[in-house]
Design a protein around this ligand. Sequence first.
Ligand code: TRP
Ligand code: SF4
Length: 330
Amino acid sequence: MAEKKGVILSGMRPTGKLHLGNLFGALDNWVALQEEYHCYFCIVDWHALTTAYEDPYSIKEDIRDMALDWLSCGIDPEKSVVFRQSDVKEHAELHLLLSMITPLSWLERCPTYKEQIQQMEGRNLATYGFLGYPLLQAADILIYKADAVPVGEDQAPHIEMTREIARRFNHLYDRKVFPEPATILNEYKVVPGLDNRKMSKSYDNVIEISISLPEIAPKVRMMVTDPARIRKSDPGNPEVCSVFAFHRIFNRETLEELQENCRKGAVGCVQCKDFLAGYMKQYLEPVYDRRRRLEKTPAVVEELLEQGRRKALQVARETMEEVRSAMGLA
Ligand code: TRP
Ligand code: SF4
């Protein structure tokens, strides 16, 4: 195998089963990156606690689901380090030490902070932990000296802040301990939900990655088509149809033909949906099979996370020695 190009770290908050929006918005990018980089993929349970602290008891199950989703989509523990944030306490130590050098204003003016506090009305997020969310994220990234971080656009300000913190640290202690990580914006594939809005758990319009094959066709039947099309012979507009958006992702064979036939009124929506369900089954079958096989071994997640913990810990410990020494704590 060719020499790998550098270190990548990314993370996800365990908030329940992942859906196809997560697969095509993030996970498939990760799967591709693991061929070329040393990858660390972190299940960030402390980050989940920043908003779920009042009712944290499902996080444990969510971690298991997330690990199974990752593995079944092709994250490979032989190629990548898969681990749980709270298993490597060094993240917390680095978070603490970085908090000494982080101006409060950097955190307060972070765009995601104000937005989320407004969105999550009804929950008390005026906490120290929530304000420090991006700093904990910076610690996740810097402790592995990541060269790049693949994330969605919404996370770009956090990676920017991570670079500023790395720069400030290196400057203050006159040592180049941390590289400034680049942002890799996830290639954005639009995945609409069943109702043609963005696929999101809060809209209740998702298809889960772990969907079983017999459940696919009924979900597809629920998808919204071109609302102006009443009879089969009416010309349709694939651009406004969520079924067609899914064809773009899953259908490698008859996409153009179908588009034309829809426009001419030569294919009915029922048939078009049947085709789609067929392509989706083809694509998701190996994912589903892998998950079922994994679920048969109850300890598979524990073993995965234990192996990941050991590998991550080794690197995190080395970095912390450097950090302590730079800060006069050695
Ligand atoms: N904040 C990220 C999100 O909500 C999750 C996350 C935590 C993360 N630590 C990270 C992402 C480190 C990338 C790198 O999506
Ligand atoms: Fe959508 Fe297919 Fe119906 Fe056209 S034929 S409106 S693409 S479901």
